[in-house]
Design a protein around this ligand. Structure first.
Ligand code: PLP
Length: 456
């Protein structure tokens, strides 16, 4: 076979890709027909494809490249670590400096008494850890029947069997017989789509109280934990009403239910603070982390747990672990990422300077005839596409169609935005400049104009 490289013609790369590469969340036959977009390099917030087009990545990859693309320091950190100790495990009474340093750094950054990290290779793996951890925690305390985990419809927690069971995505449950037993889902705090005539505050409270009703129905003695994303990301950037999280916190404390904040998207600056839990005043017992931890430069995730949870877990052998738990190269890359985020005050600047600017521009999209609402918190935002602003109606036929049309129009206008049903979402690298924000919003507006003509 010829050497496969960036210099090959796009059509040849696409043909090889279609012949041998099975893509996630993709109908591979459709991909074979249309040809995959081939991304060859990236710098800052800009991707370059195999045809030489520059594309503004308003998704930071998959919500992860918080630091922006092309920072050589991370490549150098990986190289140094690969030369010194490319791999060793953290099982069986062994450790190494990158895992020590990263867990200590995370204890410093994480709020409250979240001082202990169990590493994984991804967010899905970390949430699988959480399932086994909370059940083991209660079993160690003499309550093995406390096994049920309550999560939310339309939440996303990963693609492994356990994490997809925590998630509330119906199409994911339909494939492979999910969820696994002892999972329970309650409604999401999605006022725009489901709140009807209620005020957002009333609705937020109502949805939070579904947790209390579920605990009472299932029995307090059977419920181990509640898991949720501070802001639902993949579900469409659903920002909860202000009443939601304080009520969830009250209920978890009242019934002694462990609270897991899935910070895989919200963590490391996305909502304008280091963690989404800080933005919403949540006091979790466990936080799931991944993505922004290494800005996507290396695969790594983890569960940061409180002193209380660690105290119980530390007394037993947790019969759980991944070959790549605390992988030294991934830890070294994550540490370098955190060093730069801190030293260059990237999270603080994103929250104090970029976020208000982006908010003002983004909210302007609500004036577009196709847009029912434009919401944003920090650097994660969404717009709802609607054929009728007044009734907040969804597009009738296939809820994904309008979003798909806008997404493709964005690509045609050199912009990556993602869609979830009728919602378009953004989550740009935290380093996006004000002029790049202007470009993002101009291109989004142009894509919406095109889609509006096509859909009306
Ligand atoms: N949790 C949340 C909130 C996510 O958004 C994701 C991925 O998008 C995951 C967990 C799963 O992470 P990974 O894809 O690294 O397994």
């Amino acid at each position: 076979m010829n050497m496969i490289s960036n210099h090959m013609p796009t059509a040849e790369l696409q043909a090889l890709d279609a012949a041998h590469h099975m893509h996630p969340f993709t109908t591979n036959n459709e991909l074979a027909e249309k040809g995959a977009r081939v991304i060859t390099r990236a710098k800052g917030v800009t991707l370059t494809d195999s045809e030489g087009n520059d594309i503004l990545d308003a998704m930071a990859g998959l919500w992860c490249v918080n630091l922006g693309y092309g920072r050589p320091e991370l490549a150098e950190a990986a190289m140094r670590q690969m030369q010194e100790l490319p791999y060793y495990n953290t099982f069986f009474m062994t450790t190494h400096v990158p895992a020590i340093a990263l867990s200590a750094k995370l204890a410093e950054l994480a709020p409250g008494n979240l001082n202990h990290t169990f590493f994984a290779g991804s967010g899905s793996e970390a949430n699988d850890t959480n399932i086994r951890m909370v059940r083991t925690y209660w079993a160690e305390l003499g309550k093995p029947e406390k096994k049920v985990i309550i999560a939310r419809h339309n939440g996303y927690h990963g693609s492994s069997v356990g994490s997809a069971s925590l998630g509330g995505m119906k199409p994911m449950h339909a494939q492979g017989g999910l969820p696994i037993p002892d999972m329970h889902h309650i409604g999401q705090p999605y006022w725009y789509g489901e709140g009807g005539d209620k005020s957002p505050e009333e609705f937020g409270l109502e949805r939070a109280q579904e947790l209390e009703a579920a605990i009472n129905e299932l029995g307090e003695d059977r419920v181990a934990a509640f898991i949720a994303e501070p802001i639902q990301g993949a579900g469409g950037v659903i920002i909860p009403p202000s009443t939601y999280w304080p009520e969830i916190q009250r209920i978890c404390e009242k019934y002694e239910i462990l609270l897991i904040a899935d910070e895989v998207i919200c963590g490391f600056g996305r909502t304008g603070n280091w963690f989404g839990s800080q933005t919403f005043g949540i006091r979790p017992d466990i936080m799931t982390i991944a993505k922004g931890l290494s800005s996507g430069y290396a695969p790594i995730g983890g569960s940061i747990v409180s002193d209380e949870v660690a105290k119980v877990m530390d007394a037993c052998e947790f019969v759980h672990g991944y070959t790549y738990s605390g992988h030294p190269v991934a830890c070294a890359v994550a540490l370098e990422n955190l060093r730069i985020l801190e030293e260059e005050k990237i999270v603080e600047k994103a929250g104090a300077e970029t976020a208000p600017y982006l908010k003002e521009k983004w909210q302007g999209l609500a004036d577009h005839p196709l847009v029912g609402e434009a919401v944003i918190e920090g650097l994660m935002g969404s717009i709802a596409l609607t054929p009728d602003k007044a009734s907040r109606a969804a597009f009738a036929a296939d809820a994904g169609t309008a979003g798909y049309v806008v997404r493709e129009a964005c690509f045609a206008n050199s912009l990556v935005m993602r869609h979830t049903g009728d919602r378009m979402v953004i989550s740009p690298p935290l380093v996006i400049t004000k002029s790049e924000v202007d470009t993002l919003v101009e291109r989004a507006w142009r894509a919406l104009d095109f889609a509006h003509k096509k859909l009306s």
